[in-house]
Design a protein around this ligand. Structure first.
Ligand code: ADP
Ligand code: GLC
Length: 488
């Protein structure tokens, strides 16, 4: 079968703008749209969380599922994403109709029924890919994303009759979906799958291991991360399995939605600009300083962060070097939420340096765009980073990233050196060592280069003219789908 005719069920727990906590939401919106643009027939399967159904008023019911194992009855509603990709919302009010986030309640605790919530998502994904599919449409490939849909390949492996092929994508191996063994029966999995060659992980049930074990192929979101996860420490316990399956594991870099993230047309920023009108970027810096109550200081570099606050992101190193960074002098704009300790420390930093540091705790898409446009440089000191989206957004906005050489950051940011400046590839500042000192050295290099206007302009233009569009990566996914669909 030709790639262009393939039917793909894209099963995911997030899809922007309907529901997003991080990059998975961005990818789940943009990749299916890019596949559709190539002529494939993708459909997205997403839990019908309360805010999702509220944003999809024109859905129609296309299937009903009776209660089974510990799952309540559910139904499928068909609608469309804003970019026109068909979307199947899994409606089950007991599991998804509640205030709070997709994974956690309003107090930041994991929902206690996450095994059932994402077990049902996986099970329905598998059902749609099986001979028992209630839809007139049957996918050639069920594309699973992260642990939340990792059980689908296990359900399909044990399903009778013709079945879709499966692809498991790892967006972040640090989250594996590990639950007590009694869920094997509660989720209607056959007892024989609970072995070390199946879904068992040290006596527990692992959703992600199921996907890695049973999917026909595995991808992750950058070539460097694909290598890193085959050994410790970034294999997070699954390095052996990943190394054993390396022949069906590939790293495909995420793209970005170049329509949504375009400083020449972005309606969420204060002044629009492109690589030839970079002077207008200053309007955004001034607007950002005003919005965040920072001193209006065009002559001081403004560094920024937009991030989940977790150990992964290396923000503790930023806190450690804050005194030296602010003494450069420089300003700091922080937007994010997560670990309470990091929220507290960033709040305190802003309180003690009101004119120089601003901390916004929360999720704010509009502010994220204004920060990309208004900051001078963007900080991503991640301990690990499967791909990362913000370093690509910031390059496109002429806001060079300062990033650690790990995962997708290593694959997308080109360190500023005499050689990379000479060949026109320099696009940011990269540091190797996982430490506060190494971050500080990179920040100092960036601040020094920022004062050299001509060099900084060159750096900005290099980043802005790079191609981060989805098309090349969507073609690679299409090639994998074709390979899987054509396998006997
Ligand atoms: P991760 O998925 O690990 O969080 P990525 O860099 O892949 O990291 O993607 C993060 C995405 O979420 C980006 O689109 C980023 O702008 C967005 N984001 C993260 N935190 C916030 C926030 N507090 N407000 C708005 N957008 C955010
Ligand atoms: C995960 C990773 C991030 C990646 C995103 C989308 O959340 O942490 O690096 O960009 O998934 O693939």
């Amino acid at each position: 079968m030709k790639a262009s005719q393939l039917r793909i069920l894209f099963a995911t727990s997030e899809c922007a703008p309907l529901v997003k906590t991080g990059g998975l939401g961005d990818v789940s919106a943009a990749l299916p749209a890019a596949l559709k643009a190539l002529g494939l027939d993708p459909r997205i399967l997403l839990p019908g969380y309360r805010p999702v159904l509220a944003q999809l008023p024109k859905c129609r019911e296309v299937a009903r599922f009776a209660a089974t194992a510990d799952f309540p009855a559910a139904r499928l509603l068909q609608g469309q994403t804003p970019s026109g990709v068909p979307l199947l919302a899994l409606d089950c009010s007991e599991l998804y109709d509640r205030a709070g986030g997709p994974y956690q309640n309003e107090a930041g605790r994991d929902w206690t029924d996450n095994a059932l919530r994402f077990g049902l998502l996986s099970r329905v994904a598998a059902l749609l890919g099986s001979a028992d599919s209630p839809l007139g449409w049957q996918p050639d490939v069920v594309h699973c994303n992260d642990w939340q849909t990792g059980l689908a390949p296990a359900y399909l492996r044990y399903a009778a009759g013709a079945r879709a092929a499966t692809l498991q994508t790892i967006h972040n191996l640090a989250y594996q979906g590990i639950f007590e063994p009694q869920f094997v029966a509660a989720l209607g999995l056959p007892p024989e799958c609970f072995t070390p060659d199946g879904v068992e992980y040290y006596g527990k049930l692992s959703f992600l291991k199921s996907g890695l074990q049973f999917a026909d192929a595995i991808t992750t979101v950058s070539p460097t991360y694909a290598l890193e996860i085959q050994s410790e420490p970034l294999g997070f316990g699954l390095q052996g399995l990943l190394a054993a399956r390396r022949n069906c594991l590939s790293g495909i870099l995420n793209g970005i939605d170049t329509g949504l993230w375009n400083p020449a047309t972005d309606p969420l920023i204060a002044g629009r600009y492109d690589a030839d009108t970079l002077g207008a970027k200053a309007i955004n810096k001034s607007a950002l300083q005003r919005r965040l109550d920072l001193a209006q200081a065009p002559e001081v570099p403004l560094f920024a962060v937009v991030s989940r606050f977790t150990q992964q992101k290396g923000l503790d190193w930023l806190l450690a070097i804050a005194p030296q960074l602010l003494a450069l002098p420089a300003q700091l704009a922080i937007l994010g939420s997560g670990e309470p300790q990091l929220e507290r420390r960033f709040r305190a930093l802003a309180q003690s340096h009101a004119e120089q540091v601003s901390t916004t705790i929360g999720f704010d898409e509009t502010l994220a765009h204004l920060i990309e446009a208004g900051a001078d440089a963007f900080l991503m000191p991640s301990r690990f980073e499967p791909c990362g989206m913000n370093q690509m957004y910031s390059q496109r906005y002429g806001t060079p990233p300062i990033a650690r050489a790990t995962g997708g950051l290593a694959d997308t940011v080109l360190d500023c050196t005499a050689a990379t400046l000479a060949d026109g590839s320099a696009s940011g500042f990269v540091f190797q060592e996982p430490s506060a000192e190494a971050l500080l050295a990179a920040v100092k290099r960036a601040a020094g280069t920022w004062r050299d206007r001509a060099t900084w302009r060159a750096l900005q233009r290099n980043g802005m003219t790079r191609d981060f569009s989805w098309e090349p990566s969507a073609r690679r996914y299409a090639a994998i789908y074709a390979l899987l669909a054509n396998k006997p």
